[in-house]
Design a protein around this ligand. Structure first.
Ligand SMILES: CCCCCCCC/C=C\CCCCCCCC(=O)O[C@H]1CC[C@@]2(C)C(=CC[C@H]3[C@@H]4CC[C@H]([C@H](C)CCCC(C)C)[C@@]4(C)CC[C@@H]32)C1
Length: 435
C-alpha cells in the first residue's frame, strides 16, 4: 500500500492484505431528490471493524527485513452519495462518482506485542490518511458497481415482465432520465416486438401531467399499446378456445329448460367423447378505451363437431362488442362485463329443428345470440382472468404487496396506479446473486 523512503540507502515498505470488514452497522439514512440534479443519499454513522494483515519492513535496495502483524481498525464514517441518473446503451444507469466519506473515528489496534513504537506513530500519522483514501475509493467504486447492478436488475425485471414467448416490449429509453422534486421520470419506447419485428405507433399522447402525484407507481396504457398486444396475441394464435362435450354441457346446464329441443340435440352430439367445440378469433380484436371501460370488438367463429373428420354439426360467426372494467384484488385480475352487443352471422347447421322451415333460421339465430351473450362471453372472460393473472404471476407479480390498486379508463388510454411494498426476498435474492 505504501512505499516510504527513509534515508537514501534504506526504504521502509508497508503493505496491507486480507482485508475483512465486519460488524457493519448504520445509524440512519436519508434520501432526497434534488430537482434536475441527483438522488442525494446520506448514510450516517456507518460503523465497521476492518481486519487485515500489515506487512512492513525496511532494508536497502537488496536486503529486506520483513515483518507481518495483524491489525484491526474500528471506524465510523458518514457516507454521502450523489447519485446522478445517466443513460448507457439506452438503459438507465447510475453515476455515483460524487461520493464522500467523512471519518469520525479511525482507531487502530495492533495485535501481538511486537509492535514497534515508530510503526504505531507512522500508522496514525500516515497510514490512516492513506487508508482513508483507499477506503473511500474502494467503497465508492463498490457503490457505483452495486447501484448499476441494481439499475440493470430492475430494468431486466421490467423487460421480462412485458415478455411472453415471442411477444415482448422494447423498453429502451427515448430520452435522458430526469430527477424531479418528487419522482424520477424515464420515458421508454414501449414498442411491441413480435418475433424480432417491431410495431411502430403514431406519436404517443402521454404527458406526465395526466398523472396525479400521490401514488407510488403509475402505469399508463394507450389504446395503441393494447391493440398491438392484441394483434401479436392474435398472430401468435392465442385466441383459440377448445371445449370438450363435457365442458360445453357444464356451461349450458342452466339453460336446459328454456331451449329444450335445440340443446338436447346439441347435447346429444356433445356427449359423445370426441365432440369438440372450437372458438377462435377471425380478426385481431380491436380495443378502444373510453371512460366507460375498455371496448373490445371481436369477430369470432364457433364450430361444433362430433368427430374430427366429419363435417361440423354447427358453425357460426359472431361480432361481439364488450365493455370491460378491470380491477385487481386479492392478487387476482378481475374483468367485469359492463355492456355487450352481439350479432350472429353466417350460420351453417345440420341440427334437426322441428320448427317450420322459414322460422328455423330466426329461431336458431335467436338461440345462438342468447347462448353467446349469456354463456359465451362470461366463459371467455372467466378463462381470460386466470390466464392473465397467472401470466403476471409467472413474472413475479405475486411477490409484491400491491396496495389499493386502481385501474381507471380515460378517453384513449387507461391508468393503473398503486402503492406497493417492496418484496424483501427480491432484494435478498439480488444481493445473494451479486455477492
Ligand atoms: C353452442 C356453442 C356455444 C359456444 C359459445 C362460445 C361463444 C364465444 C363467443 C364470443 C366470445 C366473446 C368474446 C369476449 C371478449 C372479452 C373481451 C375481454 O374481456 O377483453 C379484455 C381483455 C383484457 C384487457 C385488455 C381488457 C380490459 C382491461 C385490460 C387490463 C387493464 C389493466 C391490466 C394491466 C395488465 C394491469 C394489471 C393490474 C396490476 C397488476 C395491479 C390490463 C391491461 C390487462 C388486459 C385487460 C379487456
Amino acid at each position: 500500500m505504501g512505499l516510504v523512503p527513509a534515508g537514501t540507502a534504506e526504504v521502509v515498505f508497508i503493505a496491507i492484505e486480507s482485508i475483512q470488514i465486519s460488524n457493519l452497522s448504520i445509524e440512519s439514512s436519508e434520501v432526497e431528490l434534488r430537482e434536475d440534479d441527483a438522488i442525494n443519499i446520506v448514510i450516517k454513522n456507518v460503523s465497521s471493524s476492518i481486519k487485515g494483515i500489515l506487512n512492513y519492513g525496511y532494508g536497502s535496495w537488496f536486503v529486506h527485513v520483513g515483518h507481518s502483524i495483524e491489525f484491526e481498525i474500528d471506524s465510523s464514517t458518514d457516507l454521502v452519495i450523489n447519485n446522478k441518473l445517466a443513460c448507457t446503451n439506452r438503459r438507465v444507469a447510475a453515476d455515483t462518482s460524487d461520493c464522500y466519506l467523512t471519518f469520525h473515528k479511525l482507531q487502530l489496534h495492533l495485535h501481538g506485542n511486537k509492535d514497534p513504537g515508530w510503526l504505531r506513530q507512522l500508522f496514525t500519522d500516515f497510514i490512516s490518511f492513506t487508508l482513508k483514501l483507499v477506503l473511500k475509493s474502494q467503497i465508492c467504486k463498490e457503490i457505483n458497481y452495486v447501484a448499476n447492478l441494481l439499475a440493470d436488475f430492475i430494468q431486466y425485471r421490467a423487460g421480462d415482465f412485458l415478455t411472453s414467448g415471442d411477444i415482448g416490449v422494447n423498453i429502451d429509453l427515448t430520452s435522458f432520465p430526469v430527477t424531479k422534486a418528487n419522482y424520477l421520470e424515464t420515458h421508454h419506447k414501449g414498442l411491441l416486438v413480435y418475433k424480432n419485428t417491431t410495431v411502430h405507433f403514431n406519436n404517443s399522447v402521454f404527458s406526465p401531467s395526466l398523472l396525479t402525484e400521490d401514488r407510488m407507481l403509475y402505469f399508463w396504457f394507450s389504446e395503441d399499446v393494447l391493440n398491438s398486444l392484441a394483434l401479436a396475441a392474435f398472430l401468435d394464435q392465442r385466441f383459440v378456445l377448445l371445449l370438450t362435450g363435457h365442458e360445453l354441457k357444464e356451461i349450458l346446464k342452466d339453460d336446459i329448460e328454456s331451449n329444450q329441443e335445440i340443446l338436447q340435440e346439441i347435447f346429444h352430439e356433445a356427449s359423445s367423447n370426441s365432440s369438440l367445440t372450437k372458438v377462435w378469433s377471425l380478426t385481431p380484436p380491436e380495443i378502444r378505451i373510453t371512460p366507460k371501460g375498455t371496448l373490445v370488438t371481436s369477430s369470432v367463429a364457433v364450430q361444433l363437431s362430433t368427430s374430427l373428420d366429419e363435417k361440423p354439426k354447427l358453425y357460426f360467426e359472431t361480432d361481439v362488442i364488450t365493455t370491460i372494467q378491470a380491477s385487481y384484488a386479492n392478487k387476482k385480475l378481475r374483468l367485469h362485463l359492463v355492456d355487450y352487443v352481439v350479432h350472429i352471422k353466417n350460420v351453417i347447421s345440420s341440427l334437426q329443428i322441428s320448427t317450420e322451415e322459414d322460422q328455423k333460421e330466426a329461431a336458431l339465430n335467436q338461440f345462438l345470440n342468447k347462448i353467446v351473450s349469456k354463456f359465451g362471453i362470461p366463459t371467455v372472460i372467466e378463462r381470460l382472468e386466470p390466464a392473465l393473472t397467472s401470466l403476471m404471476n409467472s413474472k413475479g407479480l405475486y411477490l409484491f404487496e400491491i396496495i389499493n390498486p386502481e385501474i381507471i379508463p380515460y378517453q384513449g388510454y387507461l391508468i393503473v396506479q398503486m402503492d406497493f411494498g417492496f418484496p424483501h426476498h427480491l432484494l435478498v435474492d439480488f444481493l445473494k446473486k451479486s455477492m
